[in-house]
Design a protein around this ligand. Structure first.
Ligand code: SAM
Length: 200
């Protein structure tokens, strides 16, 4: 039996959203799964900026991309950046257009040091920036894991913030598995629905 994960639902939303020529941000590169997906979707005329604070993530992503036919990411449509997603706006000059998708897959890098993880202190400000920067009709997706203490606080903080977004300006969805443990991963999806909205 094939075991489908909530991350695949998230990928399905992203697939619907991102088109050839789009500009995208992978805010938490990790092993590079989302970076590869975004790169494939936005094609040669688009671009992906991928962030992680760990050099290990950049190294793992380079290997993963080369296994999938991308030997030199910077010579295709990908820029790997060793920096925090809170610094996203410092790199915007590298993206010559509006951003269609921001992907946050929070927590720690699978199979690596579990003490290096996202926390609400950085992910929440970065999510706010992403919501301000994403184009109208674009998407900010956030996969959050509440199975550990820091993740639980982070997920709760994101939930509390996102539910305050004005309904006239944003669609905000929350996907949670109601037939699994309370700590199963949660997916948040935000889409701005009006032009010219004021920054949060
Ligand atoms: N999207 C990844 C993939 O496709 O493999 C998985 C991401 S993993 C669950 C979370 C990643 O967030 C870790 O690699 C961790 O180093 C990174 N991270 C933690 N704090 C960060 C920050 N402030 N800015 C950017 N990345 C961060």
């Amino acid at each position: 039996m094939k075991n489908y994960q909530i991350t695949q639902w998230c990928a399905a939303f992203i697939r619907q959203q991102v088109q050839e020529g789009d500009f995208c941000i992978d805010a938490t590169m990790g092993n590079g799964n989302d970076t590869l997906l975004l790169s494939q979707l936005c094609g040669k005329s688009g671009k992906v900026l991928a962030f992680d604070i760990q050099q290990e993530a950049l190294d793992a992503t380079r290997i993963y991309l080369s296994e999938h036919g991308i030997a030199d990411p910077e010579r295709t449509n990908i820029r790997l950046i060793c920096d925090s997603h809170t610094e996203i706006d410092r790199y915007l000059a590298e993206v010559p257009g509006e951003i269609s998708a921001f992907v946050f897959n929070l927590g720690f890098m699978p199979g690596r040091d579990k003490t290096i993880m996202t926390t609400e202190d950085t992910s929440l400000p970065a999510i706010k920036k992403a919501i301000n920067l994403v184009k109208t009709g674009g998407i900010v997706s956030v996969m959050a894991y509440s199975g550990h203490k820091e993740g639980e606080a982070e997920c709760a903080a994101i939930y509390e913030f996102l539910k305050t977004l004005p309904s006239k300006k944003y669609h905000v969805a929350y996907v949670h598995m109601i037939n699994q443990k309370k700590t199963a991963p949660s997916l948040f999806l935000v889409t701005p629905k009006v032009e010219g909205r004021k920054p949060l």
